[in-house]
Unconditional design. Structure first.
Length: 729
C-alpha cells in the first residue's frame, strides 16, 4: 500500500505509547532503557543419565563410568509400502445467522466461501500434491503442512501458506519429476484461496496509537479553546522523522509548551483588574466573582476546565491536582482570579491535553474494547477537523449516544459541511497529492519567473477546493481523475491558457467549467504537475512513479544504484534528441528497462504539460511532443485525455488505494494484514453506488477499527518502517 512520498502523515500523527501523568511522560523511556540484564545461571556438568563415577584407589585417578549398552536400531519402514493418505477435518460453516450489519455480513459471507473452498478444493489439492513430501511423516525441506491443514486460519501458519503459494505459482512445486501435476485451474484455485486466508481470522481493530498532538492540531486546539491565532505555534519545531520514539517530552519541549501557554493566556485573558474577556466569561463564568465560598467555585471551574482541555470528564484525582495548583497560588498570596488562571495554564501543559489517549482501562481477560463516546468524539474531530470536539460532539458523548452508528455517521456528515473540514485536505489531501511542500519547492526562476508565492498558493487552493467539492458533493472517486470543472483565479488561469470562460479576474478562487478534456482532475492540475517535475524541466519518470503509487496504489521499487541520470549522458549523442528520445536511450540499459517500460508511458502521456503545468506542443529542444504510449495489457493512448480515460477505468484500484490511505490516516497507523478484511468490506459496500467519497469517509468513521481497539499494545515508533505501502499523518 505505497504512500511515498506522503509518509509524513503517519510520521507526524502516529506517536507511541505514553503514561497519563506528567512525571511518567517524562521518565518512560529512561525507565525502559535501564532494564537490568540478568545473567543466565551456570549449568553444572552432568554425567550420562543412569551412570555414577567409579571410585579409584587412593592416589589413582577415577575411572570413567561404563558406557550404556547401545539400543538396537529401529526397523526402517518399507519404502515400497503404500501409505494411507491423511484425512483432514473439514471446516464447519460460520456459526449463527447472517449478521444484519453490512460490514459483518460481508465478512460472514467471505468466511463461509473461504471455508467451503478449503473443504472442496484445498484439502484434495494438499492431499494429492503436497502431503506425501511435506506431511507429518516426511518433512522435506523442513516443511510440514499437516498442522496448518488442521488449523488453516491460525496466523502462526500464514508464512507457510504464503511460501507454498509462491512455489506453486512459480511451478516449483510439485517438482517436475513428481508423478502428479496440478492443472492450471487447480494451481489458480490454491493461489486464490491463500489470498482469502484473512477471512478465517477474527476481526482485529488493531492497537490504539497513543500520540502527541501535531503542531497543526495543537495550534487548532488552542484556537478553538481560547480563541487565539494559530500562529502562536509557528516557532514550535516540526517533528523530525527518524529520531526514535516521540512519546515523551524533553525539558526543552516542555519549556516551549509552557511559553506558548503563557502567550496564549496573555492574549485570551484580561490584565489583572481589567474587565473579563469573553473567553474568561465562558471558561470561568460566575466563579470570577463568587457569591459564596471561592474554593467551591474554583472546584467547579476545575472540573469544567478539565472537561474542555482533556476532551472528557475529569477524574477526581485530576480535579484534585488542579485544586492543589489553586491552593498553591493562594498560599503564595495570589488573588482568586490569578489562581483560576494558573489552573487553566496547568491544563494546557498536562499530558491529558497534549496527548490523545483512550480513557477506559481494560479488565483482566479483555482483548477488544469499544472506544468510549468521549474517545470517539476526539478521534472523529481530530480526523476531520484536526482540532478538539465542538459542543455538539461533546454533548452527544456526555449523553452516551455518539457510539450509535446512525448518530456517528450524521455527525461526520455535519462536520464535513463545516469550514473546519478543510483540515482533512491540509492533513491528508495535500500529502496524498504531494502538495505539502509546494510553497518551498525550488524552481529555476530564470526559466519560470511565474512561480511566485501567490501562484503557488493558488495552485494549492485549486487542489484543496477541488478535493473539498468531491467530498461535500459526495462525488465518485473517479472524479479525481476525470472532471469537467476546477477552481481558478486570474493568475492560475494564465497558466491554464486557452479554453477557459471569460471574466476570470482578480485573486479570488472561483469554480470554472472546463472544455478541454486534457485538463480536469488531478493529472491536469499545475500544482501536481509542478511537484512531479525537476526544477528546470519535466520528469516523465517522476510523473509515472507518482501516478502508479499515489493514484493506483502500485509499489514501484527504487532505482538500482549507480544508474546514471539523463544529465550525465554523452552530450554529443543527445544534442538533438527530445527528452523522450533521451529517456528511451536511457532505457536501453537492461537494468532500467523492466521498470521504465511501465513508468515511462504514463510520464510521456503527460509531456504536453511543462514543468509548471502549462500546455505545450514542443519540448525544450524544439522537438514535437509525442504523448502517445501503450500500457501493460495493450491499452494505447495518444494524449493526456486518453491516458486519463484509461486510468479512470481502473476504478477498483483507485478506490482501494484511496480507501487504504484514508483509513490509515484516520487510525494514525500503518495498515496491517488484518485490516484488509475491513478494506474489502468497505469496498464491497461502496461499489454499488460508484465509490463515492463522502460515503467512503462516513463508512470509515463507523467501521470496526475506528470504533474499537485491541487492548494488548506495544510501543510504536514515531516513524513507522516503510513497507511497500502506507498512509497517515
Amino acid at each position: 500500500m505505497p504512500f511515498t512520498p506522503g509518509m509524513r502523515m503517519l510520521r507526524q500523527r502516529c506517536r507511541a505509547r505514553v503514561m497519563l501523568t506528567a512525571s511518567t511522560a517524562l521518565l518512560l523511556f529512561s525507565t525502559l532503557l535501564r532494564a537490568a540484564e540478568t545473567p543466565a545461571p551456570a549449568v553444572p556438568a552432568l554425567t550420562p543419565a543412569g551412570s555414577k563415577p567409579v571410585a579409584s584407589a587412593p592416589g589413582k585417578p577415577a575411572t570413567a563410568a561404563p558406557k550404556p549398552a547401545a539400543k538396537p536400531p529401529e526397523p526402517k519402514p518399507k519404502t515400497d509400502e503404500k501409505r494411507k493418505p491423511p484425512t483432514f477435518p473439514k471446516l464447519p460453516p460460520p456459526v449463527g445467522p447472517v449478521p444484519t450489519d453490512p460490514e459483518d455480513a460481508y465478512l460472514y459471507s467471505r468466511q463461509a466461501a473461504t471455508r467451503q473452498t478449503f473443504n472442496d478444493k484445498i484439502i484434495p489439492f494438499v492431499t494429492k500434491y503436497c502431503h506425501e513430501c511435506h506431511g507429518d511423516r516426511r518433512m522435506k525441506g523442513g516443511v510440514n503442512f499437516h498442522p496448518a491443514m488442521r488449523n488453516p486460519g491460525d496466523p502462526a501458519y500464514l508464512r507457510r501458506w504464503v511460501t507454498g503459494m509462491a512455489t506453486v505459482n512459480a511451478h516449483d512445486m510439485p517438482p517436475d519429476d513428481a508423478d502428479n501435476q496440478p492443472s492450471d485451474a487447480e494451481r489458480q484455485a490454491f493461489i486464490d484461496w491463500v489470498g482469502q486466508l484473512k477471512y478465517l481470522s477474527p476481526k482485529d481493530p488493531g492497537v490504539f496509537v497513543i500520540r502527541r498532538l501535531t503542531k497543526t492540531e495543537y495550534g487548532n486546539t488552542l484556537h478553538d479553546l481560547l480563541g487565539v491565532s494559530t500562529d502562536l505555534v509557528k516557532d514550535l519545531p516540526d517533528e523530525v522523522p527518524g529520531e526514535g520514539y516521540l512519546n515523551t517530552l524533553s525539558p526543552l519541549q516542555m519549556e516551549q509548551y509552557l511559553s506558548i501557554a503563557n502567550e496564549a493566556l496573555d492574549r485570551a485573558l484580561s490584565a489583572p483588574g481589567a474587565k473579563p474577556t469573553a473567553v474568561e466569561q465562558r471558561l470561568f463564568g460566575a466563579a470570577l466573582k463568587p457569591d459564596g465560598d471561592p474554593r467551591s467555585a474554583a472546584q467547579r471551574v476545575a472540573r469544567s476546565l478539565a472537561r474542555s482541555s482533556y476532551r472528557r470528564p475529569a477524574t477526581d484525582q485530576e480535579t484534585n491536582v488542579l485544586m492543589q495548583v489553586y491552593d498553591l497560588a493562594l498560599a503564595s498570596k495570589q488573588p482568586h482570579a490569578a489562581a483560576l488562571r494558573l489552573m487553566l495554564k496547568a491544563t494546557l501543559v498536562s499530558p491529558q491535553f497534549l496527548y490523545i489517549t483512550p480513557a477506559i482501562k481494560a479488565t483482566p481477560g479483555q482483548q477488544i474494547l469499544p472506544l468510549d463516546d468521549w474517545m470517539l468524539a476526539s478521534r472523529l474531530s481530530y480526523f476531520l477537523w484536526a482540532s478538539m470536539p465542538d459542543e455538539q460532539l461533546s454533548s452527544l458523548a456526555d449523553a452516551g449516544k455518539l457510539h450509535e452508528p446512525a448518530v456517528l455517521k450524521a455527525q461526520a456528515v455535519r462536520m464535513l459541511k463545516d469550514k473546519r473540514s478543510r483540515a482533512l485536505f491540509d492533513g491528508f489531501g495535500a500529502q496524498w497529492l504531494s502538495l505539502a511542500d509546494l510553497a518551498d519547492k525550488t524552481f529555476d526562476t530564470t526559466k519560470f519567473p511565474q512561480m511566485t508565492p501567490a501562484l503557488r498558493r493558488a495552485m494549492y487552493d485549486e487542489a484543496r477546493l477541488f478535493f473539498d467539492s468531491i467530498v461535500r458533493e459526495n462525488r465518485s472517486i473517479t472524479t479525481f481523475v476525470q472532471s469537467d470543472y476546477t477552481f481558478l483565479n486570474a493568475e492560475l488561469a494564465a497558466i491554464y491558457g486557452s479554453g477557459l470562460p471569460e471574466g476570470i479576474t482578480g485573486g479570488e478562487m472561483r469554480r470554472v467549467q472546463l472544455t478541454d478534456a486534457n485538463r480536469g482532475g488531478i493529472l491536469g492540475m499545475p500544482g501536481v504537475l509542478a511537484m512531479t517535475s525537476l526544477p528546470n524541466r519535466t520528469s516523465p519518470v517522476k510523473r509515472g512513479v507518482w501516478v502508479l503509487e499515489q493514484v493506483l496504489g502500485e509499489h514501484v521499487p527504487p532505482a538500482p544504484p549507480n544508474v546514471p541520470t539523463l544529465e550525465k549522458q554523452d552530450k554529443n549523442k543527445i544534442a538533438n534528441l527530445t527528452l523522450r528520445q533521451r529517456t528511451e536511450l536511457h532505457r536501453t540499459n537492461a537494468v532500467c528497462a523492466n521498470c521504465h517500460k511501465i513508468l515511462d508511458p504514463i510520464g510521456f502521456g503527460l509531456e504536453n504539460f511543462d514543468a509548471i503545468g502549462r500546455w505545450r506542443t514542443q519540448d525544450d529542444t524544439g522537438g514535437a511532443i509525442d504523448a502517445g504510449g501503450e500500457l501493460p495489457g495493450g491499452k494505447r493512448f495518444t494524449s493526456p485525455k486518453e491516458l486519463k480515460a484509461i486510468i479512470a477505468t481502473r476504478s477498483q484500484d483507485l478506490a482501494r488505494n484511496l480507501t487504504e490511505k484514508i483509513l490509515a490516516y484516520a487510525l494514525c497507523r500503518e495498515l496491517e494484514g488484518y485490516d484488509q478484511i475491513i478494506v474489502d468490506g468497505l469496498l464491497s459496500n461502496l461499489a454499488p453506488e460508484g465509490y463515492r467519497m463522502q460515503s467512503l469517509i462516513t463508512s470509515i468513521v463507523t467501521s470496526y477499527p475506528f470504533t474499537h481497539r485491541r487492548v494488548v499494545e506495544t510501543l510504536a515508533p514515531a516513524v513507522p518502517a516503510k513497507p511497500a505501502a502506507a498512509g497517515k499523518k
